[in-house]
Design a protein around this ligand. Structure first.
Ligand SMILES: [Zn+2]
Ligand SMILES: [Zn+2]
Length: 109
């Protein structure tokens, strides 16, 4: 557990006391504005470069072609999803990743 104030890892704009576990043993600060944003958006944070990705839940869900995965995401629609990913497009451009179509292991809720 972190203590005290830290910079929000999503907007990198505000100092906050709140933190969220985005992966086992990885805790980041997230301000209340970004927590609110997470109600309508999935938020992914790249653990390599720290870049954050905010995608509207509706858009992500409509774009998923895999039915099982779609179901998993729909179950998560009402939950706050702020997750860490190992690598993103920015730090690994040769791997075109579409987070909406990553493995089910991404979704654990
Ligand atoms: Zn924030
Ligand atoms: Zn990255």
């Amino acid at each position: 557990m972190k203590k005290g104030y830290g910079q929000c890892s999503v907007c990198k704009d505000r100092e906050t006391l709140q933190h969220v576990e985005i992966a086992p043993a990885t805790v980041i600060y997230v301000c209340s504005a970004c927590i609110e944003k997470a109600q309508d958006n999935f938020i992914w944070i790249c653990m390599t470069c720290g870049k954050s990705y905010v995608r509207p839940k509706k858009l992500v869900i409509t774009r998923i072609k895999d039915l099982e995965l779609k179901k998993a995401y729909m179950l998560c629609e009402d939950l706050l999803i702020i997750q860490g990913i190992d690598m993103c497009i920015a730090c690994s451009p040769e791997r075109i990743l579409d987070y909406a179509e990553m493995h089910e292991s991404v979704m654990e809720c």
